[in-house]
Ligand binder design. Structure first.
Ligand SMILES: Nc1ncnc2c1ncn2[C@@H]1O[C@H](COP(=O)(O)OP(=O)(O)OP(=O)(O)O)[C@@H](O)[C@H]1O
Length: 743
């Protein structure tokens, strides 16, 4: 049966109304709905060499790659006598979103940029879609690292590769595309060291594969994970930052964790970054470049266009240099692929988990975030003083512009450089963070304050990043893990080993462990910690330290106060600052003056409106020492403002309750564990209900309860703070509504 071409001239693009279709027909027809077509791209595509669209005209050779949804084979295009790569997607086996796949294959054909892998053509063969592409003989950066650079590339190579990737991203964003899967595995190198960003979205919907693999989750931006407000091209910048870390270390920061863990870590923790101590070989510019991408608030991430001007990329070299440095001496791609596949299969067969050390490193990288950095403040001041202010200064950049070159006025205008003061302040804050505490309890760069405004609208991880359902998941996981922890402690008390050899040592439990339990007085904040510490450390707990540490962490999480709409009813009404219009021409991508755009991208919403909550008011919550009383309060009773927007207040109140409940559960677990340890009785009451807590008969139990009450008070204080911010936010919402009404 002859293969059917789906490479169609854009003029022929017609959306057909579908009667019941076979999956093959669906692919073919979906290819017509070329929403991405632009005249410019279509013209370029028409001018290109014609590749045959019949499978018979290609000779398939060895496999050179495999992704979640496709295999890639080297092949000969017989009529043109040219080696190509053919990506073969089995759309029946993967049950993929056919319209997405074929539409994006179509887009690949129209792509025309030296740094983006385009497709020569694509066609359907039986139940598979064939995408014919240029053959990239070096393979992906991931493959190259796995074969010859397990600890990552050197900085000049990384700068060269990433600069090319960034050019590709800039092109895509300029044409209104989000890549959605930037990673080392999708950065391809040709025989001459040329770099192309591949796999332009041909792999299906991201969230369909979340449960299967964490390779995409590891690089997913927080706003993509939360799915509350949609995301925009800045999500690619986050992934770009993670990819930079991947190239620097040979693996992504949390690649060894299961997807759910990665989701939680990304949402809850400070962003990962290069470590001042262990990454000494890398320059400050590199560290800064990564940090500027890994800012949780997308609006504070630079555009690809702006990032290209970062001083880090000054060290970029030629393609030749890349070929010499990383390709020389490598076996042919097919052989390398085969060898890696065999190695991975044998590891799997032996049930050998990946190196536990790497897990620890990942964990520590993650926790430290950028806290270990030391900036030369004088240097920064000098650089910052070169930057010109504009009226929006400080509004939308997460990190200083002092690392960015401003070539001309247009760049300055389009990229909205920071003001001198903000730039300096930002770094002061970063530096202070580093000096203040080298442990994990630091604010990420996006949460450092630049002004009063920024102080009040920085991200609140618990509230901004997580919807109610996320929190339920978190709570459930935390409870499960806490139960595990309790069991492990029991095992420890019974003289049995806490973790078996092959057991994963770092899990969510370790996170909880960090926050709530692991507070041995002998603990050094710079030492890696794992949940294995539990049975050893707990007997010598310093409760004060424990609670303080926990509180500090909580405060860090909650002190920035951005309050975002989380109700499901009207997600488009209030959206985060980070969501900006994705301008097709790219020039005004950062222009806040544009009207809001809400766009549905498959299952995601792309939104552009932002709201700042910057005006404090003083509405206090009456404190109570009983958590029960607070948790029973109805939202209406909390604030008169709640009446004006009940769904908003309800949602917010629910979130507060969830956080509080989560803390209560954790607290009770900890108390229970401590009691077991102090009595040496693993069968001691493990109930987590406040009502069934043991009565304070001994001095140690008394002090435990005192500590718990302290914590309770702290939590109440936090609730009070949050409520205050809610009131501010509501006021701001009213103000904005009024302003919108006027407009
Ligand atoms: N044009 C090419 N030339 C050489 N190798 C390629 C080419 N395209 C892809 N590969 C190799 O094949 C691998 C899988 O391809 P690709 O990532 O496009 O598949 P996928 O199913 O979309 O993957 P995923 O969705 O997991 O990213 C790549 O990581 C790369 O190593």
């Amino acid at each position: 049966m002859p293969a059917l071409a789906i490479e169609l001239a854009p003029q022929a693009a017609v959306a057909l109304s579908p009667p019941p279709l076979s999956s093959r027909e669906k692919v073919e027809r979906a290819a017509f709905s070329s929403v991405y077509l632009t005249d410019e791209l279509a013209k370029a595509a028409m001018e290109r060499k014609k590749y045959p669209i019949r499978a018979e005209e290609y000779e398939l050779y060895e496999m050179v790659g495999q992704g979640a949804s496709a295999v890639v084979q080297r092949a000969l295009c017989v009529p043109l006598n040219e080696i190509v790569a053919i990506k073969i997607l089995d759309f029946e086996r993967h049950g993929s979103d056919l319209s997405n796949i074929s539409r994006e294959a179509q887009t690949m054909i129209l792509i025309d940029h030296p740094n983006v892998l385009n497709a020569h053509c694509s066609f359907v063969k039986d139940h598979t879609l064939w995408v014919v592409m240029p053959y990239m003989a070096g393979g992906s950066c991931l493959h190259i690292m796995k074969s010859a650079f397990p600890d990552g590339f050197e900085e000049s190579i990384i700068a060269t590769i990433l600069k090319e990737v960034l050019k590709g991203l800039d092109y895509l964003h300029h044409h209104g595309h989000i890549h959605r899967d930037v990673k080392a595995g999708n950065i391809l190198v040709d025989a001459k060291g040329g770099i192309k960003l591949g796999d332009f979205g041909v792999s299906a919907c991201l969230f369909d594969s979340v449960t299967e693999s964490n390779s995409s989750v590891a690089r997913m931006a927080p706003e993509v994970m939360e799915q509350l407000h949609g995301y925009d091209f800045k999500a690619d910048i986050w992934s770009f930052g993670i990819t930079a870390l991947e190239l620097a270390h040979g693996h992504a920061p949390f690649s060894k964790y299961p997807p759910m863990k990665v989701l939680l870590m990304t949402l809850q923790n400070a962003p990962p970054g290069l470590d001042y101590e262990s990454d000494k070989k890398f320059s400050r510019n590199f560290k800064h470049m990564i940090a500027s991408c890994l800012v949780k608030d997308p609006s504070k991430r630079p555009t690809a266009h702006k990032l290209l001007k970062h001083t880090f990329f000054k060290q970029a070299r030629s393609y030749d240099y890349v070929a010499r440095k990383i390709l020389e001496g490598l076996a042919a791609l097919g052989d390398r692929y085969q060898a890696l596949k065999e190695k991975e299969e044998s590891l799997l067969a032996q049930k050998k988990m990946p190196d536990g050390k790497k897990e620890e490193i990942s964990q520590n990288e993650y926790k430290r975030g950028i806290s270990g950095w030391n900036f030369d403040i004088e240097d920064l001041k000098a650089q910052a003083s070169l930057i010109t202010c504009n009226e929006d200064a400080g509004k939308d950049q997460g990190v200083s512009n002092s690392f960015f070159e401003c070539d001309n006025l247009q760049d300055r205008m389009s990229d909205r450089p920071y003001s001198r003061i903000c730039s300096f302040k930002e770094h002061t804050d970063i530096q202070n963070d580093g000096l203040q505490d080298k442990s994990s309890t630091v604010l990420p760069p996006d949460e450092t304050s630049c002004s009063q405004r920024n102080r009040s609208d920085g991200s609140d991880n618990e509230l901004k990043n997580m919807g109610a359902s996320d929190q339920q998941v978190v709570m459930q996981l935390q409870k499960t893990e806490m139960d595990n922890l309790t069991k492990n402690c029991e095992k420890g008390l019974n003289g049995r080993s806490v973790f078996s050899e092959g057991e994963k040592r770092v899990s969510i439990a370790s996170e909880i462990d960090e926050k709530n339990v692991n507070v041995s007085p002998t603990y050094s904040s710079e030492e890696p910690r794992t949940s294995t510490n539990c049975p050893i450390d707990v007997p010598s707990l310093s409760r004060g330290a424990s609670l303080k540490q926990q509180n500090q962490q909580q405060n860090n999480m909650n002190s920035n106060g951005e309050v975002s709409q989380t109700t499901n009813e009207s997600p488009a009404e209030i959206v985060p600052k980070g969501s900006k219009p994705m301008a097709p021409n790219g020039d005004d991508i950062d222009d806040k003056s544009k009207p809001p755009v809400v766009q549905q991208k498959g299952r995601f919403k792309v939104t552009s409106e932002s709201i700042d909550f910057d005006k404090p008011s003083s509405i206090g919550l009456q404190k109570s020492h009983s958590i029960q009383v607070i948790s029973q309060l109805q939202p209406q009773s909390l604030s008169p403002l709640a009446d004006s927007s009940p769904s908003y207040a309800n949602s917010f109140f629910q979130q507060l309750q969830l956080i509080l409940q989560s803390n209560i559960v954790q607290r009770d677990h900890i108390l229970s564990i401590m009691k077991q340890i102090s009595t040496g009785d693993p069968s001691a009451n493990r109930s987590v209900d406040g009502a069934s807590l043991p009565s304070p008969t001994t001095a140690s139990e008394k002090s435990l309860l005192e500590a718990a009450h302290e914590r309770e008070k702290e939590l109440l204080q936090e609730v009070s703070d949050l409520h205050w911010r809610l009131a501010c936010s509501q006021e701001e919402v009213q103000r904005l509504k009024a302003r919108n009404g006027q407009l």
